[in-house]
Write a protein that binds this ligand. Structure first.
Ligand SMILES: CC(C)(COP(=O)(O)OP(=O)(O)OC[C@H]1O[C@@H](n2cnc3c(N)ncnc32)[C@H](O)[C@@H]1OP(=O)(O)O)[C@@H](O)C(=O)NCCC(=O)NCCS
Length: 151
């Protein structure tokens, strides 16, 4: 009976001044600008780039290939997705099938939102519980599943 225990950790991160992290977290091979807050129970995977003055609240999952712009806010339990199961099942580590997400500046993402691989422009609010399935190219407030502009 074998058991492989991988402890949560902070490994090979790059950051500028004033990074605040509330443990426990699992952060690896990602980068942070200045004045960034990372709440507890957050996982941020490799090749994630987070800008300046960004706040990521507890229990959020940021998968590989996500960029988050300056002055953005990510609420609690937000989930980013890079594997769309495009071949009919999980990519199971085949990174050729993983896609990127770009979050602009001054984007606020409400708690429990799910962000598929999309581009979101600057000055956007995503409501709590929204599921963003398409690029957002106009500033505004977006809610629901699939997320639609209400303001
Ligand atoms: C999206 C949001 C910003 C809109 O706030 P608002 O501008 O004050 O909007 P209103 O409350 O006037 O609601 C406008 C309409 O959108 C609906 N709505 C509001 N938030 C919604 C949401 N998250 N999902 C679905 N519909 C929503 C309202 O029911 C209302 O519909 P109606 O016109 O048919 O009655 C806000 O409701 C929200 O979800 N904020 C996220 C907060 C959050 O998660 N913070 C995390 C840190 S604690």
């Amino acid at each position: 009976m074998s058991l492989k225990l991988i402890k949560n950790s902070i490994t090979n991160i790059v950051h500028e001044d004033n990074l605040v992290i509330v443990e426990p977290v699992n952060l690896y091979e990602c980068s942070f600008g200045r004045d960034v807050f990372i709440g507890p129970f957050v996982e941020i995977q490799s090749d994630v780039v987070i800008g300046n003055n960004v706040r990521i609240q507890s229990h959020t999952f940021v998968c590989q290939y996500v960029n988050i712009g300056n002055n953005s806010f990510v609420g609690h339990s937000v989930v980013f997705i890079n594997d769309l199961f495009s071949s009919g099942s999980p990519a199971r580590g085949d990174k050729n099938l993983w896609k990127s997400t770009f979050i602009g500046e001054n984007v606020s993402i409400g708690s429990n939102a799910t962000i598929l691989p999309v581009k979101i422009c600057n000055d956007v609010v995503i409501g709590a519980g929204a599921v963003v399935v398409k690029d957002i190219t106009e500033p505004g407030v977006y809610v629901g599943n699939p997320a639609r502009k209400i303001k």
